[in-house]
Design a protein around this ligand. Structure first.
Ligand code: PMV
Length: 281
């Protein structure tokens, strides 16, 4: 038997989600696979899954269709896939709850948005400890550009925490503004108004800049995409590196991909709204 879980991309609401505000995350077509065998990747997470739901001595190997360097969420996907292997009849909720505990034990920080995407799949509106709401979305015209720089999520979360401590009112105001645009993005995504969703990405990016998590390389790729005709663009995830995303009309997609590469990025081909954890044949 083999199980798999998808990677993820944060569409809206990163950082604010850590403090109880909503975000929107989508599962991507790149997957992480787990089967019985010698551990090959992220043994910490597999060992913790075995400790939670397995028997001593069980071993799993993991392989993925994507590189861990992209920041698509290999730790959460491997944990979720391993738990599914151990309890194939478990509900997504049970898998999510146990996997999120494991991630918090090992990493100490995180909203669980990556775990929710790996378990449930699709595109989700998510509020930590409160709401997991699947959104009916189709054909999101998304392009993903990798900066070539691996981000350190935990230290980015710590930077924002420090900023919040220094200037609590300002940072709360930013989070509230982000939450407001997440609500609008949710409605516009369901309605397929991608042009407006793109504009909301631009607004979200401005707030992320204010939080100090963007970088020159992210900005270069974002402005290249926009100059080539994207409706809007933002970083995706913690910032400090990893990926940017943008939304674009069909007739501009090729030009934008080229512009991102010319600006030094690597376009990653992924489909969004992918299936959650599953048993492979
Ligand atoms: O760096 P990523 O892709 O794991 O995204 C982190 C997103 C944060 O909101 C900053 C942290 C979190 O766990 O929600």
């Amino acid at each position: 038997m083999k199980t798999s879980a998808p990677g993820k991309l944060m569409l809206f609401g990163e950082h604010a989600v850590v403090y109880g505000y909503p975000c929107i995350v989508t599962a991507v077509s790149e997957r992480l696979y787990v089967s019985e065998g010698v551990p090959t990747q992220d043994p910490k997470f597999i060992e913790a899954a075995v400790k939670a739901w397995g028997k001593p001595g069980m071993n799993f190997s993991a392989s993925s269709s994507f590189s861990g360097k992209f920041g698509l969420g290999s730790s959460s996907a491997v944990t979720v896939a391993a738990l599914k292997f151990l309890r194939p009849m478990a509900t997504n909720r049970e898998i999510f709850d146990t996997a999120y505990k494991i991630i918090l034990d090992i990493q100490g920080k995180g909203s669980g948005f990556d775990v929710v995407a790996a378990a449930y799949g699709g595109t989700l509106y998510y509020i930590k400890d409160k709401t997991i709401e699947p959104l009916a979305i189709s054909d999101m015209p998304l392009i993903v550009g990798y900066t070539g720089i691996k981000a350190d999520t935990v230290s980015m979360i710590e930077n924002v925490a420090k900023k919040k401590k220094e200037n609590p009112q300002k940072v709360e105001r930013i989070f509230e503004a982000i939450a407001k645009l997440v609500e609008e993005a949710k409605i516009k995504m369901i309605g397929g108004d991608w042009e407006r969703v793109g504009i909301l990405m631009d607004f979200n990016q401005e707030y992320l800049r204010d939080l100090g998590v963007s970088t020159q390389k992210l900005e270069d790729l974002i402005s290249a995409a926009k100059k080539a005709g994207a409706w809007g663009a933002k970083l995706s995830g913690a910032g400090g590196g990893d990926c940017m995303i943008c939304l674009a009309p069909n007739d501009k997609q090729q030009a934008i991909r080229k512009a991102i590469e010319e600006a030094g990025g690597e376009v990653i081909d992924v489909d969004t709204d992918a299936e959650g954890v599953r048993i492979e044949k």
